[in-house]
Design a protein around this ligand. Structure first.
Ligand code: SER
Length: 601
């Protein structure tokens, strides 16, 4: 078999489906737009959920794409041969168009045809749903594979769960579209592990390459039974790195072209060789994986920056973990930017947002390394002091917690340092302190509302204030005709809709950004006053002059920049907002534009 790269497999897949009258759609952002239940886009079909549930897709009923995905639930397994926190998925869909017969035909053709993957039929095995109370045994799919030429001995009926593993039933989560599936496997040279050897076992004889889901059902509420969908869909998904790995006979996913060069950079930086000492190999893999994910998350259309909550926290953890492993390899963490640069360069053709955000990504990365370095330096001093005063071999849990709480030292780092000195950490005690601390902060944040906002709540407040500055900047440059049409705030970003009838140019976006940042730098106090609606009107406050706020309204005034009626909460001074960055400008609906923006330190 020819050597196949991720680029080539992407090309082949998209070309094939285009030939079958599918339209290629763009990869969506890693930040899910319609789903607050998860932090990241976790599968190719994820952005398509509304359409799988019946909404009409503007680009038609036959679609295909490659989609960036992040899954961090298996982060502790990263470093082995197969787990990754970022991956790309090739996908194709029929939205209420064709069903089983056609997609199985297409799948067979793509896998075996000389023009595409050219796999020998004898090397292919498939699994088919064995049936349960929701959906019958899938004899139709079985017959279709057989008709196409897959040997019966290579067709396996599998249930929803076999060997404790999810098998031939696919669902995104507790609720959403779902259905039976049929998976395709490459049969390796490994001998069967026993009489019952099948694609459901982990022996390594069968390696999964593709999955056709017959998405004919939906679970509307957690714990409720599934119901059939009016229009039946097909959803197929092929893990890009994984399939390239199988097709080339690689031992690990780190051999693929979108990861291997990062390992080579790490070899150069550390002066150590990959695949010699197990610990070093694992460290290099973890860094290569985590920095790839971090680059894609920071460079996404909806950029995330390191922080202590939500997506920002996941990102911080990925970067700091990479730094910890770099330390073990004697790599200066600032030099890891070379790895970040490789990824920016490698992915920029397929994900154009990386081109626009490259400087931003590098800057955020540097800032986080610097922050963590300071933390470590201070924490190390503290650690040495603790150790020099010690009479016991066990480090007190409260001390380990203080290192965490005050210096941001992850427990795993304290444990490692302790081990180097022949000491241990009392982890149970640490966990106890952690729990107590969480309880305390919960109680105190319940009472904090009256006197002012703290922590998480202040995070929201800053974004509220940013929307006022943004609206003021838009009106200053585009006139009083610009009105707010909606806004949505999370701890990591803001979305702001306003009346305007055309796209902003890159220069205009910069102008607006600068205007907001200038007002942030002016350190203007945000004044909050209660008054009657009449009084607010007299003073020229913006806002919705309906009685919906009650007789008295709250007016927030930011110097001479903005005066708006608003429910709040708000920052106390614009300086607290940090730095304002527009990450996206797009159409929201006719005559309404949408800006997505973030605040960073
Ligand atoms: N939803 C299926 C998967 O993620 C196919 O796209 O594997």
């Amino acid at each position: 078999m020819e050597n196949i790269t991720t680029k080539l497999l992407k090309e082949k897949f998209i070309k094939f489906f285009k030939e079958k009258n599918h339209v290629q759609i763009d990869s969506a952002s890693l930040v899910p737009d319609n789903d607050g239940s998860v932090l990241f886009t976790t599968a190719g079909m994820h952005p398509l959920v509304p359409y799988l549930l019946g909404k009409e897709h503007p680009q038609g009923r036959r679609l295909c794409d490659y989609q960036k995905c992040v899954r961090t639930n298996d982060i502790d397994s990263v470093g082995d041969d197969s787990h990754l926190t970022f991956f790309e998925m090739l996908g194709s869909w029929s939205l209420g168009d064709y069903f089983k017969n056609e997609i199985i035909g297409y799948s067979y053709e793509f896998l075996t045809s000389k023009d595409y993957l050219n796999l020998p039929v004898d090397r292919l095995a498939v699994s088919v749903f064995a049936g349960n109370e929701n959906s019958p045994k899938d004899e139709e799919t079985y017959a279709r594979w057989k008709e196409l030429g897959i040997k019966e001995e290579n067709i396996y009926y599998l249930g929803k769960k076999e060997n404790g593993k999810e098998n031939n039933w696919w669902e995104l989560g507790e609720v959403g579209p779902c259905g039976p599936d049929s998976e395709m496997f490459y049969i390796t040279d490994k001998k069967p592990c026993g009489k019952n050897c099948s694609p459901a076992c982990d022996c390594g004889r069968f390696l999964e390459i593709w999955n056709d889901v017959f998405m004919g059902f939906v679970r509307k509420e957690e714990g409720k039974p599934i119901v059939p969908l009016k229009d039946k869909n097909v959803d197929t998904g092929m893990g890009l790195e994984r399939t390239v790995c199988v097709l080339n006979g690689y031992k690990s996913v780190y051999e693929v072209d979108s990861l291997r060069p990062a390992i080579e950079i790490l070899e150069k930086l550390s002066g150590k060789s990959y695949n010699v000492v197990e610990e070093d190999t694992k460290a290099m893999r973890i860094i290569a994986d985590h920095l790839r994910t971090s680059t894609m998350v920071m460079g996404d259309e909806i950029a995330t920056t390191p922080s202590n909550v939500g997506r920002g926290y996941v990102l911080r953890r990925l970067i700091r973990r990479s730094i910890n492993f770099a330390r073990r390899l004697n790599i200066n963490p600032f030099d890891l930017e070379e790895v970040v640069n490789f990824y920016l360069d490698f992915f920029k053709a397929d994900y154009t947002c990386l081109q626009n955000n490259a400087d931003f990504v590098r800057e955020e990365f540097r800032k986080e390394v610097k922050k963590f370095n300071n933390t470590i330096t201070q924490g190390l001093k503290e650690f040495d002091k603790v150790v020099s005063d010690m009479t016991d071999v066990k480090i007190n849990g409260a001390v380990a917690f203080r290192l965490y709480d005050t210096f941001g030292f992850p427990l795993e780092l304290t444990c490692e340092l302790a081990k180097e000195k022949g000491l241990e950490v009392n982890v149970e005690e640490y966990n106890e302190c952690y729990k107590n601390h969480q309880e305390k902060s919960r109680t105190s944040s319940a009472g904090v509302f009256k006197g002012g906002l703290a922590g998480t709540d202040y995070g929201y407040a800053k974004y509220h204030t940013a929307t006022h500055l943004l609206l003021a900047a838009l009106r200053k440059h585009f006139g009083e005709g610009v009105l707010q049409r909606g806004s949505n705030i999370t701890l990591e970003r803001m979305r702001f809709d306003f009346s305007f009838d055309r796209k902003l140019t890159p220069e205009e976006i910069l102008l607006i950004e600068n205007e907001v940042n200038t007002n942030i730098q002016r350190q203007i106090p945000v004044i909050c006053e209660e008054m009657t609606l009449d009084e607010a009107r007299k003073r020229g406050a913006m806002g919705i002059f309906e009685n919906k706020y009650g007789d008295k309204v709250t007016v927030y005034t930011i110097g001479d920049v903005s005066k708006e009626i608003c429910g709040g909460p708000h920052a106390q001074n614009t300086k607290d907002l940090g730095y304002f960055k527009i990450t996206k400008e797009e159409s929201s609906s006719s005559g309404v534009r949408r800006i997505k923006a973030i605040l960073t330190d």
